[in-house]
Design a protein around this ligand. Structure first.
Ligand SMILES: [Cu+2]
Length: 145
């Protein structure tokens, strides 16, 4: 009896961390069928512990626009993660910041395909300007790095 109780206590203690370890943050990434750097970004997220479902589509601009990312601020792929939209080659520390702080915005975007950004390759030429989208009014700078 005593032993069973103790075993129960051990299982109760162990259960929450084991669950947390098993739960990866899952993401859905839409990309143009031909886009290679988009696959690079999906792999980058996977390397950083995300579970990524890649969905090729020819309606990328429309999906992004509907998610709250204006045309001028779009990247080459759009990722939906934990209730937010993450557009383009956004560095993962900013994705984590977004998901932990949970601001009242639709998400963040790194417009275009800046050289040296995650999944793009090449040498970084200038600081990455990541914008917050889906608030009232135009996108604002979320972070520069
Ligand atoms: Cu790209």
């Amino acid at each position: 009896m005593n032993r069973i109780l103790r075993l129960g206590a051990i299982i109760t203690l162990l259960a929450p961390p084991m669950q947390a370890m098993a739960q990866q943050t899952s993401a859905v990434l839409y990309k143009n069928p031909q886009c290679g750097c988009c696959e690079g970004y999906a792999d980058y997220l996977r390397d950083n512990g995300f579970e990524v479902d890649v969905k090729p589509t020819n309606d990328l601009a429309e999906i992004s626009r509907r998610a709250g990312v204006p045309e001028d601020f779009q990247g080459c792929h759009v990722t939906f993660v934990d209730g937010y939209v993450v557009e383009g080659h956004v560095p993962v520390n900013l994705v984590r910041k977004l998901l932990s702080e949970r601001p009242d915005i639709a998400g963040i975007t790194l417009p275009g395909m800046p050289m040296g950004s995650p999944g793009m390759g090449g040498a970084k030429e200038e600081p990455f300007k990541v914008y917050a989208v889906g608030q009232d009014g135009a996108p604002t700078v979320y972070a520069t790095e």
